[in-house]
Design a protein around this ligand. Structure first.
Ligand SMILES: *Cc1c(COP(=O)(O)O)cnc(C)c1O
Length: 367
């Protein structure tokens, strides 16, 4: 058996007729940039997510940058974020001219350790960017109350947490804005780069939209300089088709994650992911912790099972941040876990026999 880490082919086969029709329509109508497919997806996403505004962007990195620029974050400011994430979360802080300030992860839930945020706040701090990593909700209410106490913005990085929930409220709806990626492998994925942001703040929505469209809401009326960050028509049409299936896919992800955890229960070798109380974990990734991780990964690879590591290095220890001169002891949990974490294949289309083959293979490695 060979099991890829991500399998987008099966999903395409299941939706082939509607996807091909959607792509064909965009080409027939040459609706490549702007126009009805963009508006349709923006409205559909906002309605389904239950928010006032959804602004589409070219990708989920831009959407973070656009939110921060529109909130006026710039040189001299500091933005607090988490030590374990994809570099988009922190590089966009730097792009704004601000300084990324990292906080270690929680040892049980792998998201930002909310108990260590307050000690990092200074007079220059402007915002906190929690990341609902792997689909797991952060302790978002506590983070929000810390932010409120110091008058800081909360910008949620929801690139891995479409439709995750905390107390029945969706990821991205706690802070001033939420940023989404529709990179192909994300829970809602386009067939190329795509992203967007949500907010209930009318003024912020307008600023973000203007900044993402060269500073002009009306063609040639540039009120300021901006950037070019557009979702294109083909991606919008594809995403509109896929959006109808997201709830069913999320349910399948959760079901598949439960299958893994069931097989791994009562064994001493595999630490399975916990789900925070009162929350829905959308399982973008199913990440276990094990000893001899690299040997296990090789062993699985020989058995045709593809796995991945998210992430091999916490952000503060990347060469890109060597100038910050962080030490291991600054982020002990992230540092320690980077040798243990392993992401297993997890997608809605994964079959029970595949899950059991993967899980049994892992258990056989430790026998
Ligand atoms: C994927 C991802 C992004 C960036 O999204 P792109 O669309 O690839 O630019 C940002 N943050 C996190 C946590 C991500 O996983």
């Amino acid at each position: 058996m060979t099991i890829p880490f991500v399998d987008l082919k099966t999903q395409y086969k299941n939706l082939k007729v509607s996807i091909d029709t959607a792509i064909g329509n965009v080409i027939e109508e040459t609706a490549f940039i702007g126009g009805k497919y963009i508006i349709e997806f923006e409205e559909k996403f906002a309605r389904k997510y239950g928010v006032k505004h959804f602004v589409s962007t070219a990708n989920g990195t831009d959407s973070l940058y656009i939110i921060m620029k529109s909130l006026g974050i710039g040189p001299g400011d500091e933005v607090i974020t988490v030590a374990n994430s994809w570099i988009s979360t922190s590089e966009t802080i730097t792009q704004c001219g601000a300084k990324p300030v990292f906080v270690d992860i929680d040892p049980d839930y792998y998201t930002i350790d909310e108990t260590r945020i307050e000690e990092k706040i200074t007079s220059r701090t402007k915002a906190i960017i929690p990341v609902h990593l792997y689909g797991q909700m952060c302790e978002i209410e506590k983070i929000k109350s810390i932010a409120d106490k110091y008058n800081l913005h909360v910008i949620e990085d929801c690139a891995q947490s479409h439709f995750s929930k905390y107390k029945n409220k969706k990821a991205g709806t706690f802070g001033i804005a939420g940023s989404f990626s529709f990179y192909p492998g994300k829970n809602l994925g386009a067939y190329g780069d795509a992203g967007g942001l949500i907010t209930d703040d009318d003024e912020l929505a307008l600023k973000c939209k203007m900044f993402a469209r060269h500073g002009a809401l009306v063609k040639h009326k540039h009120k300021m300089e901006g950037i070019n960050s557009r979702l294109d028509g083909l991606q919008a049409a594809i995403l509109s088709v896929k959006l109808d299936h997201i709830e069913e896919w999320t349910a399948k992800r959760i079901e598949n994650a439960a299958c893994y955890s069931q097989i791994f229960q009562n064994n001493d070798h595999v630490i399975t992911p916990l789900v925070r109380d009162n929350s829905v974990h959308s399982f973008h990734l199913y990440v276990i912790r094990v000893k001899k991780r690299n040997d296990l990964q090789n062993y699985l690879s020989k058995k045709g099972i593809e796995t991945a590591i998210h992430y091999p290095s916490p952000l503060p220890f990347l060469e890109a941040y060597s100038y910050l001169q962080h030490k291991r002891k600054d982020f002990p949990v992230s540092y320690h876990y980077k040798e243990q974490i392993l992401s297993l294949p997890l997608y809605p289309e994964l079959k029970y026999d595949q899950i059991s083959y993967i899980a049994e293979s892992i258990l056989s490695f430790y026998k």
